[in-house]
Ligand binder design. Sequence first.
Ligand SMILES: Cc1cc2nc3c(=O)[nH]c(=O)nc-3n(C[C@H](O)[C@H](O)[C@H](O)COP(=O)(O)O)c2cc1C
Length: 373
Amino acid sequence: MLLMGSVQDPMIDYVDQLVLCVRTIGRVVHAPLTRSRCYNNLPGQHVALYYSQRASKGGLLIAESTGVSETAQGYPNTPGIWTKEQVEAWKPVVEAVHRKGGVFFCQIWHVGRASTYDYQPSGQAPISCTDKQITPEVLEDGTVEEFSAPRRLTEDEIPSIVNDFRLAARNCIEAGFDGVEIHCAFGYLIKQFMKDSVNDRTDKYGGSMENRCRFALEVIQAAIDEIGADRVGVRLSPYSNCLDCWDSDPDALGLYMIHAMNKLGVLYCSMVETEVVKVDGKVQIPYKLLRFRKAFAGTFIVAGGYNREEGNKAVSEGYTDLVAYGKWFLANPDLPKRFELNAPLNKYDRSTFYTPDPVVGYTDYPFLDLSSV
Ligand SMILES: Cc1cc2nc3c(=O)[nH]c(=O)nc-3n(C[C@H](O)[C@H](O)[C@H](O)COP(=O)(O)O)c2cc1C
């Protein structure tokens, strides 16, 4: 059974039942998507509209990366969940999703060194496991993405960051979310600790794989202690190398995490495929995650380049339980319905992915005209 929960807990039974419905509507999950429209780190009414547009009975939605503390931020207009005001601001968003029968998890993150002085309290240096700076990167539009030189956390400081994740998990439940997804992917703080291209520590948080994964597992354990394993999912991207963050042995590291997550009873593992390539204009899914899927005891979610056909194939062949869709869900508020009907999809507009307008490229993607189907 997917997303199994304790029968003693009526809340989890509710999640379990709803997520079972995901199976019947194509197991389509809304992937976490930063949209940079939460001014002052607060989700507003337009955010409630965005998520409720994409909610459907039994559909699992993962909210965008949401900061666990003042030092967690690194991008414009991203939400937080460390203050009372932020918790209150999330409540109507979560209610709007629940009214439509959706299951809603919040992705919690800390960007670590992927930040600049401007985003940090009193203009301090961003924190990380290291003091190595991310190499500036020229983006597709020609702009250069630059991050400030980080400050290496001392061993004594690490428990307080773990505690920030614990409190954020508690706040998510207080805001009404059904659970949290801990962001251990791409090049953000938790992954900075995990990967040997970044982590150059010599204390108990650096060196061996066990030591490099210690921070991640302490965070996961803290969230589980606070809200229960049945409400905690984890996102990993073993093969991504963005933000100078990669590992010399991603297979061993991914499996180490999976086995440790099994011991902790983590509800789901959401994993991102390696770089997707196109051959003759057609997306080729690398299908490199099978070993992790086989090793993981909970519900498995894949993401990265999937369309309807590839998603159905992955589920029917047992490669995954659920498929998270990013760009297609962003552009198609009724994606599960369109997949069900095999209806045409709206194209996504990359130029508005991160623009701050509360409507344009956000809540104005049209629904399917059912009379035309
Ligand atoms: C606009 C945008 C924002 C994203 N924000 C996040 C995020 O906040 N957290 C995260 O884990 N992944 C994020 N991702 C990655 C997606 O969750 C997903 O893994 C990726 O888009 C690949 O899936 P797709 O090919 O279906 O789009 C983002 C992707 C896009 C396009």
